[in-house]
Design a protein around this ligand. Structure first.
Ligand code: SF4
Length: 245
């Protein structure tokens, strides 16, 4: 569940900081050339207008209202630029960083879903975090997912079946570095990445040249232990990227 109010609070604080900063700068530069002060005011005003534009688009996307693909694309670029200051302000006022990350992933996914693709199965790579494997299972599935004995105690067996059914490349990565290496080695045209809010956000920000659909894992046992995935969400993502729906 995405809480847009927390995002709006953070944006209001960011705009307030910008306005306050401009007032202070204006007081200090009153003795300097008039043109310099004017330039600073125009710059800050432009930034505030861009932030307000981005906030309106973000609000509409989160509320599942119709937004054009090109507006979403522009907004995603702005959200990328604003991401670090927004995360900083949110955590400073006690808003969990994951609330902002969820919004970023939603903006990314909505933009991808606003386009049309027609990839072959083998062009798509599915990246799964290692914590999906049952903690007590000793089989080494990170190098080769087929090593899973399909006992059904965790979602790895579902993924093996999905791989057999679709011919999709499915990899289990032990961390962000290995995930990046898998992408570089396999050169996919699209990625379906399953991870927590933090890893998904950094992965999406790293892979700007190809579509990366983010799917959140479920963590009923806390972070990084026996996590779960909704296999239907993965199947829906595959159907969309291969134009089968
Ligand atoms: S489904 Fe596969 S990976 Fe999961 S516990 Fe069973 S054998 Fe291990």
């Amino acid at each position: 569940m995405i809480d847009i109010k927390k995002y709006l609070t953070t944006i209001c604080i960011l705009v307030a900081i910008l306005i306050l900063g401009t007032v202070i700068v204006n007081i200090f530069i009153s003795s300097l050339a008039h043109i310099f002060g004017l330039l600073i005011n125009i710059l800050v005003l432009s930034i505030i207008i861009i932030i307000i534009f981005s906030t309106i688009v973000t609000y509409n996307v989160i509320k599942d209202k119709k937004v054009s693909s090109s507006l979403m694309k522009i907004n995603l670029k702005i959200a990328n630029l604003l991401f670090n200051p927004v995360i900083f302000i949110a955590s400073s006022i006690g808003i969990p960083k994951n609330e902002i990350r969820k919004i970023f992933v939603k903006l990314n996914n909505s933009y991808i879903y606003s386009n049309e693709y027609n990839f072959n199965s083998e062009d798509i790579l599915i990246l799964i975090p290692h914590c999906i494997q049952k903690n007590s299972c000793k089989l080494k599935v990170t190098n080769k997912i087929e090593n899973c004995a399909k006992c059904g105690l965790c979602n790895v067996s579902d993924l093996v079946k999905l791989k057999e059914k679709t011919g999709m490349n499915v990899f289990i990565a032990t961390g962000g570095t290995l995930a990046r290496k898998i992408i570089i080695d396999n050169k996919p045209k699209a990625v379906i990445a399953v991870a927590c809010e933090r890893d998904l956000t950094s992965g999406i920000q790293d892979m700007k040249h190809i579509p990366v659909l983010g799917v959140f894992n479920k963590r009923p046992n806390g972070p990084c232990v026996d996590t779960l995935i909704d296999i239907h969400e993965i199947e829906n993502a595959i159907n969309f990227l291969t134009n089968k729906k």
